[in-house]
Design a protein around this ligand. Structure first.
Ligand SMILES: *[C@@H]1O[C@H](CO)[C@@H](O)[C@H](O)[C@H]1NC(C)=O
Ligand SMILES: *[C@@H]1O[C@H](CO)[C@@H](O)[C@H](O)[C@H]1NC(C)=O
Ligand SMILES: *[C@@H]1O[C@H](CO)[C@@H](O)[C@H](O)[C@H]1NC(C)=O
Ligand SMILES: *[C@@H]1O[C@H](CO)[C@@H](O)[C@H](O)[C@H]1NC(C)=O
Ligand SMILES: *[C@@H]1O[C@H](CO)[C@@H](O)[C@H](O)[C@H]1NC(C)=O
Ligand SMILES: *[C@@H]1O[C@H](CO)[C@@H](O)[C@H](O)[C@H]1NC(C)=O
Ligand SMILES: *[C@@H]1O[C@H](CO)[C@@H](O)[C@H](O)[C@H]1NC(C)=O
Length: 432
């Protein structure tokens, strides 16, 4: 643990800035209160969710954070200017709440806003950055989601959105240095308004890429489309945040009422995990179906999300169209410590046969054959030579791990995976 050295602006081989200050190297895994409760909760209700995370095995699977979203405080600061936890919601105080989480193996995260008020109308941290940070840390929180409502006039801030968010990032850095302790992890929630993937890595460890998620397919497809064009901006310490999970919000559960099918929930989880977004559960775990727990607890897929050696996410290798919120990119690939990853999405409303050539993935070696592992059925599915064809259900997904098992059988045509310029040693073209 690097508690006393705070390094800023470590630049990776990608052009993106990543803030390696010792926290948030991998995507955060946990629970967030908003998608279920919005403002309607108490500490008791939330601790029941936290206990359900333990009981369902999700804490063991890696979900080790619990994020309190908006509406935890009184509407007014106290006479010392401090945010006050709502005693009706937290009758034993906030420290008691985070200590209770800690005893369940969960690290606590909280929420505030870069403007005058939070989106729910509670005190925002604009102009109170350092003292609010102190309050949050005294309460036992180590992670801050930072929202974008109630923006002060330009004549007041004389700053762009970058400058408004930088105020909290600077407070975090100052406090970590003076206290010689780990900085609070900062999750920017600017809704993708000003392309935060370009600049937010200088300030925090993740940034929302769009507006609030909804528990139905068209909303998920639209987020996947947006993410497909900026997938390469994700790296260690710097994550595109596709927003909280809606897995489990089927059959009218969730707020607003959700209608995700089993296949849609699987596609949702697969895309969020393999794109290495934070994975914050947003459904009622005290009443979760076995299917929901199996999706959220898919260790094959979580292992890729939490890969300690590969920071990049999957990215599309083929778009069927370009910008299309209804039919986002269907064919994705990336590397991992466990093999080459493929994600294939059927964005259509009916089952569909889908196929790709292995060498469409940059990480595959031509002229080799690969063992295929299916990360949903958790089975080895034989050996692939040249291509893979799948039939996927409506809005379904395949998540595959391929490993090189040697040269492909001799004599397979064409002799080059690409058509043009393929040549015999004597300079005669094989094709063209
Ligand atoms: C929280 O407060 C209650 C009531 O005082 C107490 O019973 C409980 O032990 C406290 N929990 C922790 C973790 O401090
Ligand atoms: C799911 O809910 C959304 C929002 O109410 C609606 O637009 C969509 O048609 C629903 N989908 C199905 C398959 O019922
Ligand atoms: C529990 O889940 C079932 C379906 O999964 C749903 O019908 C029921 O309303 C839920 N109960 C509560 C209290 O949320
Ligand atoms: C994929 O990542 C692993 C683990 O870091 C590495 O050993 C391997 O060389 C990478 N493969 C490619 C094609 O970059
Ligand atoms: C896949 O490979 C075949 C055989 O070389 C070729 O005809 C086809 O165009 C390739 N498809 C794609 C999408 O690259
Ligand atoms: C892999 O095999 C399993 C078991 O037969 C099957 O359920 C699954 O659909 C297969 N996966 C693919 C991608 O074909
Ligand atoms: C080059 O080699 C290929 C394959 O052996 C042969 O078919 C072709 O005729 C040769 N070209 C010349 C110009 O010798």
């Amino acid at each position: 643990m690097r508690s006393s050295s705070v390094l800023l602006g470590v630049v990776y081989a990608t052009s993106a800035f990543a803030l390696d200050n010792g926290v948030g190297k991998l995507p955060a895994l946990g629970f967030n209160t908003w998608n279920i409760y919005q403002c309607d909760y108490t500490a008791d209700v939330l601790l029941a969710q936290a206990r359900a995370m333990v009981d369902t095995g999700l804490v063991k699977a890696g979900y080790d954070r619990f994020m309190l979203d908006d509406c935890y405080s009184l509407r007014q600061r106290n006479s010392k200017g401090r945010i006050v936890a709502d005693p009706a919601k937290f009758p034993h105080g906030m420290k008691n709440f985070t200590d209770s989480l800690k005893s369940l193996g969960l690290r606590a995260g909280i929420y505030s806003d870069a403007g005058y008020q939070t989106c729910g109308g509670f005190p925002g941290s604009y102009g109170h950055e350092a003292e609010d940070l102190e309050t949050f840390e005294e309460w036992g929180f180590h992670y801050l989601k930072y929202d974008n409502c109630y923006i002060p006039f330009d004549s007041v801030t004389q700053e762009n959105v970058f400058g408004r968010y930088k105020r909290m990032a600077a407070a975090i850095e100052t406090r970590a240095v003076t206290k010689k302790q780990q900085p609070v992890q900062l999750a920017l929630c600017e809704w993708g308004w000003q392309s935060p993937w370009v600049w937010a890595g200088r300030l925090g460890q993740s940034w929302r890429i769009g507006g609030d998620i909804r528990p139905w397919w068209s909303a998920l497809a639209s987020i996947i489309n947006q993410a497909s064009f900026i997938a390469t901006e994700t790296h260690f310490y710097a994550r595109n945040d596709l927003d909280m999970l809606e897995v489990g919000n089927s059959d009218g559960l969730g707020t607003p009422p959700g209608n995700l099918t089993y296949d849609e929930a699987k596609s949702h989880f697969t895309a969020w995990a393999l794109l290495k977004s934070p994975l914050l559960i947003g459904s009622d775990l005290t009443n979760a179906s076995q299917q929901t727990i199996e999706i959220l607890g898919n260790t094959d897929i979580l292992k890729i999300s939490q890969d300690p050696a590969v920071g990049e996410s999957v990215a599309p290798f083929r778009w069927e169209y370009s910008w299309d919120p209804v039919h986002p990119a269907a064919y994705w690939t990336g590397n991992s410590s466990y093999g080459v990853v493929f994600m294939v999405l059927n964005t259509y409303d009916e089952p569909r046969k889908m196929s790709f050539n292995l060498t469409e993935s940059w990480a595959i070696r031509a002229g080799r054959e690969y063992s295929v592992y299916d990360m949903w059925s958790h089975t080895r599915n034989g050996t692939a030579v040249r291509d893979i064809t799948l039939t996927l259900p409506a809005h379904g997904v395949a998540a595959l791990l391929l490993n090189d098992v040697g040269p492909e059988p001799e004599g397979i045509e064409p002799y080059c995976a690409g058509y043009w310029q393929c040549s015999y040693p004597n300079g005669t073209y094989y094709s063209n």
